[in-house]
Design a protein around this ligand. Structure first.
Ligand code: FEO
Ligand code: CA
Ligand code: CA
Length: 671
């Protein structure tokens, strides 16, 4: 255990620090002490509370009698609600092969892998016998990041809760389950073009128009329904567009590409578009070259690919062969891996639009992207983690300012990419990865590293971050921004390779992970300084700390926090991605989702997923009557003859990733 002094540094920065040291009663104390609302409203104490909370006080109490009462009533309702912000009984740890939610709630499966959404609406075949062409019209495999766009949210925002576009990522595939008898191999090599095409088509993103009728959700046969796959034509924008290191046989001028892969978490913009983030893409490529360039080696492109797509002949497959074969880069696919590791913007309301890879946001194993609260007239600011052991957390600040109704994705094409340095004193700073920045130039000189231009800096984002001295983190996963105060939270899922600890990553061989948070020191979030603290150390009771510095309990112990999301009222939802031994035995059970209340430090387990799954991806309707949650890879490790889970279809059926719709049984808002 760490000593008390360390704990104070790490936990000392509360989400909403208590600055009122007086013993004055809180308005809820009065209510709960038995005073009626009316008595409280009539008391001077309530007026004092109103002033403290910034409720406008009328000049003449007499003239404004009714408005004042209304304001007070509303305020009291809100305060009462806030005092019970986690009003459910936590679910226990379990290894049941089902979704478990608290009493009073229900979970319904929605759009599992293979659900037809477009074209000829090909039905899912139980034996996974659908063709590659079928798969291109069906929901992809292995659901991950997700966002609900209200149908009136075309330019951002939107309020409609009964009708919208649900957009979700499909991170990767399990070939043993995607095909009736697993992948066909001849001499250890892939031999079926249709199988590989099906795998490529099971990746990417789904856009689905959905409607809620009398509490039941359905897929509409809409022209907006879309599958974006590992082969969809896309544009490349930002400083690396047209770069020599992006030239390929498909795009000799380095401006276009095909497909997005390993789409993990997501983001969404203030102007109503979806962002999908390319995470573990390096393994899709193989290079036969013995000498590989830094933009391959620093990302782990090796001599063999994960799925063997490069084994097949034909341009659609040979693009995964990154070996130098021609005299010029425009004659082969040596640069194809440089087309991946980006954040891709998709306009779900424009089904014909080409997705755009926004290179100014950097190239790494992007987990997700989350925006700081946007302010008209200020730059947009967003954060992204690089999910690999000892990688970094980044922030992008746009050059141009946000103009509601006018700004669009081009705002993400020009700006400054920074990387985080967390200092031991609880402060931190953002280090610019900008070829025009003097400190960056000095760091390059000191390291003996040179970049020809900003495009090359971005293609080599990890190297650029190395040389400025960024803090190596314990696998940064999702980020989330508290809508009440702008605090930024990031999960650090685990890091078995950590030997040297630091204040921000305090445990060696970090098996359980933690959650860090920071507060920017500039009002527009664009500045270079922040203060940080640890929010939670995950783990069993004897090796964990909750937000109040106490051990986690049976109600909230967790490991490997991954998905992270704030609802509109400022509750923090935490999803876990434990694997291997942590799932097989021990105190954590199956992967789960918890809810934290940052203002009180309360954390409770809300949902447990089926056997072998990861819980990842979360979004809600504006009325908060529907929560969408993704269940990825139930029965992980299954084969065509051994299903380790049969969720969601039941005994004898192969497991399928799916969305789960969580509602209250009485149909009211979740909380
Ligand atoms: Fe795809 Fe970092 O989880
Ligand atoms: Ca993840
Ligand atoms: Ca993970």
């Amino acid at each position: 255990m760490r000593n008390e002094q360390e704990q104070n540094v790490l936990f000392g920065n509360g989400d909403e620090p208590l600055s009122n040291a007086s013993s004055n009663p809180h308005i809820n104390d009065l209510i709960e002490a038995g005073l009626s609302r009316r008595q409280v409203v009539a008391s001077g104490a309530a007026l004092g509370v109103m002033g403290f909370l910034g409720v406008a006080m009328p000049g003449s109490a007499e003239a404004a009698d009714n408005p004042l009462k209304d304001q007070l009533k509303e305020l009291l309702e809100r305060l009462k609600k806030r005092s019970k912000r986690l009003p459910f009984n936590p679910v226990a740890v379990t290894r049941a092969d089902t979704i478990t939610v608290p009493a009073g709630y229900k979970a319904t499966t929605f759009i599992p892998w293979g659900t037809p959404i477009r074209g000829s609406f090909p039905a899912f075949l139980d034996n996974a016998g659908n063709s590659a062409a079928d798969q291109a019209d069906q929901i992809g495999m292995h659901h991950d990041g997700m966002h609900f766009f209200p149908i009136d949210g075309q330019r951002g925002g939107g309020h409609k809760s009964d009708h919208g576009l649900l957009v979700l990522n499909h991170e990767y595939i399990d070939a043993p389950l995607l095909h009736p008898n697993g992948p066909t191999l001849v001499g250890g090599k892939r031999s079926s073009a249709d199988e590989v095409r099906k795998e490529i088509n099971a990746h990417g993103v789904s856009v689905v128009e959905v409607r809620r009728v009398r509490g039941q959700w359905e897929v509409l046969p809409s022209a907006r329904n879309r599958r974006i796959t590992g082969a969809t034509p896309m544009q490349i924008s930002g400083p690396a567009r047209g770069h020599a290191l992006l030239q390929t046989r498909y795009s000799p001028d380095g401006t276009a590409t095909r497909g997005t892969l390993n789409n993990c978490a997501n983001g969404f913009t203030p102007w109503g578009t979806y962002l999908t983030c390319e995470e573990n893409w390096a393994g899709y490529f193989a290079s036969g070259d013995t000498e590989r360039p830094r933009e391959m080696t620093r990302y782990g492109v090796g001599s063999a690919s994960r799925y063997g797509w490069d084994h097949l002949s034909g341009d659609e497959f040979q693009r995964f062969n990154a070996t130098r074969l021609a005299a010029e880069a425009a004659g082969d696919y040596r640069n194809e891996p440089n087309h991946f590791g980006w954040i891709v913007e998709i306009d779900p309301f424009a089904p014909e639009s080409a997705p755009v890879k926004r290179t100014a946001l950097g190239r790494f194993a992007h987990e997700g992207l989350v925006f700081a609260p946007v302010k008209p007239g200020s730059p947009v600011v967003c954060y992204s983690g690089d999910d690999s052991q000892n990688e970094y957390i980044y922030k992008f600040v746009s050059r141009s300012r946000y103009v509601p109704g006018r700004s669009n994705g081009s705002l993400l094409d020009e700006g400054t990419l920074y990387v985080a340095r967390f200092k031991a004193n609880g402060k931190g700073d953002w280090l610019a990865l900008d070829i025009k920045d003097k400190a960056f130039q000095a760091a390059c000189r000191a390291a003996g590293v040179s970049f020809a231009d900003q495009g090359e800096v971005l293609i080599n984002t990890r190297l650029a971050a190395d040389i400025v001295g960024a803090t190596k983190m314990d696998r940064p996963e999702w980020g989330a921004v508290n809508p009440n105060n702008g605090d930024v939270y990031f999960t650090l899922t685990n890091n078995s390779s950590r030997t040297v600890v630091d204040a921000a990553n305090p445990r060696p061989a970090n098996a359980y992970g933690h959650i860090i948070r920071w507060r920017e020191q500039s009002r527009d979030y664009a500045g270079r300084e922040f203060v940080w603290s640890l929010f939670l150390l995950a783990g069993p009771e004897n090796d964990s700390l909750d937000p109040n510095g106490r051990p986690l309990t049976a109600d909230n112990r967790l490991a490997s926090p991954d998905g992270l999301w704030f609802d509109d009222e400022g509750r923090l939802w935490i999803q876990t991605d434990m694997s291997g031994s942590q799932l097989a035995s021990g105190p954590f059970g199956n992967n789960q989702m918890l809810v934290a209340e940052p203002t009180t430090g309360e954390v409770k387990r809300f949902l447990v997923g089926p056997v072998g799954c990861e819980v990842t991806g979360i979004t809600a309707t504006p009325d908060f009557r529907t929560l969408f949650v993704n269940i990825q890879h139930p029965g992980e490790g299954s084969t065509p003859t051994d299903f380790r889970s049969t969720w969601p279809d039941g005994p004898g059926r192969r497991p399928r990733s799916a969305t789960v719709i969580v509602t209250r049984e009485d149909g009211k808002p979740l909380f």
